[in-house]
Design a protein around this ligand. Structure first.
Ligand code: ADP
Length: 652
C-alpha cells in the first residue's frame, strides 16, 4: 500500500502506510522488505521535504541492508543520502557521494543511479552558475538515461537543461528542451493515467469507504442479532419464570389436594379402625358366647351321660334298656357336637397353638387304624394302611391335631362305606433340606358325594342330605374342622368322588424331620385292670352336686374310696392332713379355682397325682393346666371308659 501511494505520489498516505508497515515488521525477523519499507519511507519523506526524518529512514534502510548483507541497494541508498545532503545544503558531502556513484563502472543495474547522480551534480553546478559544467553533467545523464529509459528522470533532465540554456540566454535551446520536457511530461501523464491514476486512487478510496460502510453495516447487523438474541433470552426467561410459577402453583395445589386426601384417608382409616374394632369385639363376643354356652352345656351333659352310664350299669329292664341306649346315643352326639363347635370356635379365634414335637407318623396312623377297626368290622369293610417305608419315622409336628384330621376323614370313610374297602395311603413325595413332603389319601368305595355337593361339604353344618344325617348320623362339622386345621398347617384338602363308586380325600403335608433319631419307647400298655385300683383313696374336688354324685358313684362302683370336697381352700387343707392316692380336681370352683389350689398343693406335695376335670373353655387348654402342676386332664363330660383308663394309668 505504501509503495502504491508512493507511486501515485500520495506521499502523506505513503508515509502513513509505510510507518504502519514498519511497525509490523519490527515484530518479525529483519528481511529485505523491512529495509525497503524504510527506503520508501525515506523517499516519501524526501518528497514531502521532511529531510531530517528522511535521513533517519534512509540510514535505517542502510543499516538493515548491511546487517542482511544486501549489496544491490547500496548505490540507491547513498544516492538518496546525497540528495538529502544536497537538499540540506551539505553540498560537500553530497558531491563526494554523487562522485562515488558516478565513478563506478557502468553496468545495467546502476544506469539509473549513475544518471541520477550526474543529474544531481548538474543541479549543484547549475546552482553555482557554472552553466557549462552543469550542461556537461546533464548531457552525460541524458546519455545514461537513454539506456535506462526512466522517463521521469529524462523529463527532469530535459527541464534542467532548458533552465540552464535559459540562464545562458540561449532561448532557442531553452525553448526546444522545455518543449521536449513538456511533451514527455504529457506522455508520462497519459501512460500513467492508463495504468494507475488519480481515478484509481479515488476508486480505491471509494472502495475503502464502501468497505468501512460494509463493516459498519455488519457491525450494525451483529448488534441487531445480539439484540434479537438478548430479546429471545428475555422471552425465554419470561416463559421459564411463567412455567416455574405455574409449576409451583400446581405443586401448591397438589399439596393442598394431598393434604385434603390425607385428612380424608386418616378419617376413613379411623372409621375403618373403629369398624374393625367393632367387628373384632363382635367376633370375640361370639366366640365368648359359644365358649360359655358350650361350657354351660357340658356340665348338665356330664350329668346326663354319667347318670345314663350308671343306670345302664344297674341292670335295667329290657324295655328301659332301649330308652337308656337312645339317651346314651343322644348324650354322646351332643358331646361330640359341642366338642366340634368348641374346636371350630378355637380355630376361628386363633386360640390354637400348633405343637412342634417329635412323633412317629407310622405309629400314629396305626393307632388310629386300630382304634377304628371296630367301626370297620361293624360295616364289614376291608381296612388297610399303605405306608411308604421311605417316610422318616422321626418327624416334628402336632400329633394331636393330625390325629383329629385323620380321625374325621377315616371315620367318614368307614361310616359311608359298607362291605367295601377303606385305605389310608401315605407316600413320600420329596425329602429336601430336612423337610419331608408327604401325600395322604383316604380312599373309600362308599356311597360317594354328588358333584354339586363336592364344594359345600367343607362348609359348617353341610351334610349331603337330611337322609344322610338320619341314616349315618354326624354333625356336619367334621370336614370344616379338617379344612381349617389343614389351613393352619399350610395345606389344602382336595376331594374326588363319584356317587356309588367312592370318594378320595387327599392333601399334602410338609413336615420337618428331627435331627436325632427318635427314641421309640414302647409305650406302656395300659390294661384295663380294675383290680389294681380297688381300695384306693381318691379325693374329688367338685362343686356341682350332680357331678359330685355321679363321680362318687362311678368310683364306688369300682370299689374305690372317695371323699368329696366342694371348694379349693378346704381341699388344700385336706390334702395337707390326709394321704390320698389321687385327686380329681374340678377347674371352675367357687373361691380359689382348681389351678390355684393345685399350685398351692404343689408347694408341699409334689407326688400325689392331681387330674384336672374340666369342661374345657376357650381360654383353657391342656398345656395351660399342666403348667400349674396337674398331671393330666380329663374333659367333662367324660366317657366312662376313658375315665377309668385314666385312673388305672395313675393308680396302678
Ligand atoms: P358329618 O359329621 O356329617 O360326617 P362332615 O363335615 O364330616 O360331617 O361331612 C359332611 C358331609 O360330607 C357328610 O354329611 C357327607 O354327606 C359328606 N361326606 C363326607 N365324607 C364322605 C365320604 N367319605 N363318603 C361320602 N360322603 C361323605
Amino acid at each position: 500500500m505504501g509503495k502504491i501511494f508512493y507511486g501515485l505520489k500520495k506521499y502523506e498516505d505513503a508515509v502513513e502506510k509505510l510507518t504502519e508497515s514498519i511497525h509490523l515488521f519490527k515484530t518479525l525477523k529483519p528481511t529485505p522488505e523491512y529495509a525497503k519499507a524504510f527506503y520508501y519511507l525515506g523517499l516519501s519523506q524526501i518528497q514531502d521535504s521532511n529531510f531530517i526524518a528522511a535521513k533517519i529512514s534512509i540510514n535505517k534502510a542502510a543499516t538493515i541492508s548491511k546487517s542482511l548483507e544486501i549489496k544491490e541497494n547500496e548505490d540507491l541508498i547513498s544516492l538518496q543520502t546525497a540528495i538529502i545532503n544536497r537538499a540540506t545544503n551539505n553540498i560537500e558531502e553530497a558531491t563526494t557521494l554523487f562522485n562515488n556513484i558516478i565513478i563506478k563502472p557502468e553496468s545495467p543495474n546502476n544506469l539509473y543511479t549513475k544518471a541520477e547522480a550526474l543529474y544531481q551534480m548538474g543541479l549543484i553546478e547549475k546552482q553555482n552558475n557554472r552553466n557549462n559544467l552543469a550542461l556537461n553533467y546533464f548531457n552525460k545523464a541524458l546519455n545514461l538515461n537513454a539506456k535506462n529509459q526512466n522517463l521521469d528522470q529524462k523529463s527532469n533532465i530535459l527541464l534542467a537543461i532548458s533552465q540552464v540554456y535559459d540562464k545562458m540566454l540561449d532561448k532557442s535551446n531553452a525553448y526546444s528542451f522545455l518543449k521536449s520536457h513538456l511533451n514527455l511530461k504529457e506522455s508520462i501523464a497519459i501512460s500513467n493515467n492508463k495504468k494507475l491514476g488519480i481515478n484509481d486512487y479515488e476508486a480505491f478510496k471509494e472502495n475503502q469507504k464502501k468497505l468501512a460502510l460494509a463493516r459498519l453495516e455488519k457491525k450494525k447487523k451483529e448488534q441487531e442479532r445480539d439484540e434479537n438474541f438478548s430479546r429471545l433470552i428475555n422471552y425465554l426467561s419470561i416463559a421459564l419464570i411463567t412455567i416455574l410459577s405455574l409449576w409451583c402453583f400446581c405443586l401448591y395445589k397438589n399439596n393442598n389436594i394431598k393434604k385434603k386426601t390425607n385428612l380424608l384417608l386418616q378419617e376413613k382409616n379411623k372409621e375403618l379402625r373403629i369398624a374393625k374394632e367393632i367387628a373384632e369385639k363382635a367376633s370375640n363376643a361370639r366366640a365368648e358366647f359359644l365358649s360359655t354356652v358350650s361350657h354351660e352345656l357340658r356340665t348338665p351333659l356330664n350329668a346326663i351321660n354319667g347318670i345314663t352310664h350308671l343306670l345302664l350299669e344297674e341292670k335295667p329292664k329290657q324295655s328301659q334298656l332301649h330308652y337308656l341306649s337312645s339317651l346314651q346315643y343322644s348324650g354322646n352326639y351332643l358331646t361330640a357336637f359341642i366338642n366340634d363347635i368348641l374346636d371350630i370356635n378355637k380355630i376361628d379365634s386363633n386360640k390354637i397353638e400348633l405343637e412342634k414335637i417329635n412323633f412317629d407318623l407310622r405309629k400314629l396312623l396305626n393307632d388310629i387304624k386300630n382304634s377304628l377297626s371296630e367301626v370297620a368290622t361293624k360295616n364289614r369293610n376291608e381296612f388297610i394302611l399303605d405306608f411308604d417305608n421311605q417316610i422318616p419315622n422321626n418327624l416334628i409336628g402336632d400329633p394331636i391335631r393330625l390325629s383329629q384330621i385323620f380321625m374325621n376323614l377315616i371315620n367318614n370313610a368307614l361310616k359311608f362305606t359298607k362291605n367295601g374297602k377303606v385305605s389310608i395311603v401315605a407316600q413320600l413325595l420329596s425329602l429336601e433340606n430336612q423337610i419331608a413332603t408327604i401325600s395322604f389319601e383316604i380312599k373309600d368305595t362308599g356311597i360317594g358325594i354328588p358333584e354339586e355337593k363336592l364344594e359345600s361339604v367343607f362348609e359348617s353344618f353341610s351334610q349331603g342330605s337330611t337322609e344322610i344325617n338320619r341314616k349315618y348320623g354326624g354333625t356336619g362339622l367334621g370336614l370344616t374342622i379338617v379344612k381349617k386345621l389343614l389351613h393352619l398347617l399350610d395345606s389344602k384338602i382336595h376331594v374326588k368322588s363319584i356317587v356309588g363308586v367312592g370318594s378320595t380325600f387327599s392333601f399334602n403335608l410338609a413336615l420337618k424331620v428331627a435331627k436325632d433319631q427318635m427314641e421309640l419307647k414302647p409305650e406302656k400298655e395300659i390294661t384295663f385292670d380294675l383290680s389294681k385300683i380297688k381300695g384306693k383313696n381318691i379325693l374329688v374336688v367338685e362343686d356341682n352336686k350332680i357331678n359330685q354324685m355321679i363321680t362318687k358313684r362311678m368310683l364306688e362302683n369300682r370299689d374305690i374310696n372317695c371323699e368329696v370336697i366342694d371348694n379349693g381352700e378346704e381341699a388344700i387343707e385336706a390334702i395337707k392332713n390326709n394321704k390320698y392316692d389321687l385327686v380329681l380336681m374340678d377347674v371352675q370352683l367357687p373361691g380359689i379355682n382348681g389351678t390355684i389350689a393345685t399350685q398351692e398343693v404343689r408347694k408341699f406335695d409334689s407326688k400325689t397325682p392331681i387330674i384336672a376335670m374340666t369342661a374345657i373353655s376357650l381360654n383353657e387348654n391342656r398345656e395351660m393346666l399342666l403348667s400349674f402342676g396337674m398331671n393330666d386332664v380329663i374333659a367333662k363330660p367324660f366317657i366312662p371308659n376313658d375315665f377309668y383308663l385314666m385312673l388305672t394309668k395313675f393308680l396302678s
